[in-house]
Design a protein around this ligand. Sequence first.
Ligand SMILES: [Zn+2]
Ligand SMILES: [Zn+2]
Length: 341
Amino acid sequence: MKAVVKTKPEPGAELQEVDAPTPGPGEVLIKIAATSICGTDLHIYEWNDWAKSRIRIPQIMGHEFAGYVEEVGAEVHTVSPGDYVSAETHIYCGKCFLCHIGKAHICRNVEILGVDRDGSFAEYIVVPERVVWKNALDLPPKVASIREPFGNAVHAIKRAQVAGKRVLIFGDGTIGLMACAVAKALGAYSVWLVGLVKRRLELARALGADEAVNARAADPVAQVRKWTEGLGADVVLEMAGAEAAFRQALEAVRPGGRLIAFGLPPREVPLDIPQLVFKEVEVVGVVGRHIFGTWEQATRLLSRLDLSPLVTHELPLSEFQLGFEKLLRRAAIKVILYPGE
Ligand SMILES: [Zn+2]
Ligand SMILES: [Zn+2]
């Protein structure tokens, strides 16, 4: 089969002809209909410090996908050939303390698709039955392929507890944009987004943000204070993964408010502890999706929200390099790759 493989410890990746995987006991073989490039894939493509420390080469990249079950291994009972599916990308063990207390997404033995094992930038993928999710048949593959990052947005907004609140989101990446729509759908009183790219700020408004401000043009903290009688936002989500945004997020949250840490800064970020203490800010780290509570909730939200404007480029798998280049220049939001073309 064709697959995009990380073959060398340097920037880039290669389209290769490799053996298609076969499903073992408890595993499912899926024919990929659509697969989407994520920020994690960009890190692996660029070969940053995190990728160097985590990725074993050669490895097939990619983890966000939708496809059709081709074949099931022995002892698979809930999935059948022909099912239209996506998958939770955190392969949890189901046996550790965290899995037992309902926190499988932070399982001690988690393996991530396309990071710790072969991924979805290929014609086929094998995943354990326990992470397979059946999609609604009317959900287009390009949208079904981005429900994994959508789940990140749903999980983060759920943890933020936004109903009736004034919500500020830092970051105009895919998940920050999705979070605008989710926050509105889950009853936020108002939603403001801080970003850097004009087109993305427009999209934030189209997805439900009341205001979207350019961090280069205006001081976001001053702006939020103006909107909140000097008080600050009830809830702030840091989804930019930038040191400056984290500092501003702490300044922009009101006393007694909640700060969601979601973005991953490339370096350690110094934290103003006295400000945190005197404002009694609750800081909550958020990762992944609650398995499978988030998927259930995301399914309901997807029947109401239209995520298709986030998909800016659709390419055959063989043109993956073009997709990566556009994303690295921030000229694209979501790039979908089709192995069947
Ligand atoms: Zn992803
Ligand atoms: Zn576990």
